[in-house]
Design a protein around this ligand. Structure first.
Ligand code: DX5
Ligand code: ZN
Length: 213
């Protein structure tokens, strides 16, 4: 079954503890944490202190998406805060091989994310160091954007590249029941959704609608 990872970027930031409890109750599979630095992306969210504060309120894995320039200095902080998966952007890591090894050394699962314009061949020589590949189907920075259809071809290519390896293929941005079906048909195992999970307030129904695909 498709793994659904709601992004709390669309949650009520004044009530994050209860939002996490509600998502857990609504049968989310992971909690997606969008970390933005106002530099790699033109927006700011939250850091390790908030991740640590939320950690006691769910047993679900924390899927931590670092949209930051030079993530190496922050990785130990997020590991300590309780991140389960730490995903960095290939575009932000000149020493990607080393960065991924460090994430695993700290006891976390290692992920790489690719912006829509980044070709998948950056993955060729790090496949043995990866637990997750995150294909951005929007340009990162904001929720509520439109799914970029050209990314479906990239999802299919990356699925092929993964082959029999145990690497989760996750897609992030503009996911709704329609694009969820397309992404899964192309090969996605996991879907991140902000807007589509939070709109209308019935999280369980919204999550189930994404998973039907
Ligand atoms: C975008 C973030 C996404 C975003 C998805 O930079 O990485 O996780 O929250 O939001 P929706 O589902 O609204 O496109
Ligand atoms: Zn994200």
């Amino acid at each position: 079954m498709t793994i659904i990872a709601p992004s709390i970027l669309s949650a009520d930031f004044s009530d994050l503890k209860n939002e996490i409890l509600r998502l857990t109750e609504a049968k989310a599979d992971m909690i997606h944490l969008d970390i933005m630095d106002g530099h790699f992306v033109p927006n700011l969210t939250f850091g390790p202190a908030v991740v640590k504060a939320l950690r006691p309120y769910t047993g679900l894995p924390f899927d931590t998406h670092l949209m930051v320039s030079g993530p190496d200095a922050l990785i130990p902080e997020f590991a300590k805060a309780g991140a389960d998966i730490i995903t960095v952007h290939a575009e932000a890591c000149p020493h990607l091989d080393k960065t991924l090894a460090e994430i695993r050394r700290l006891g976390c699962k290692a992920g790489v994310s690719l912006n829509p314009s980044t070709p998948e061949d950056v993955l060729d020589y790090v496949l043995d160091k990866l637990d997750l590949i995150l294909i951005m189907s929007v340009n990162p920075g904001f929720g509520g954007q439109k799914f970029i259809p050209a990314q479906l071809e990239k999802i299919a290519r990356v699925k092929k590249l993964i082959g029999e390896r145990k690497i989760m293929l996750e897609v992030d941005g503009g996911i709704n029941p329609l694009t969820a079906a397309e992404a899964v048909a192309a090969g996605a195992d996991a879907l991140v959704a902000g807007t589509a999970v939070f709109e209308g307030g019935d999280y369980a129904k919204n999550i189930a609608a994404l998973r039907q695909n």
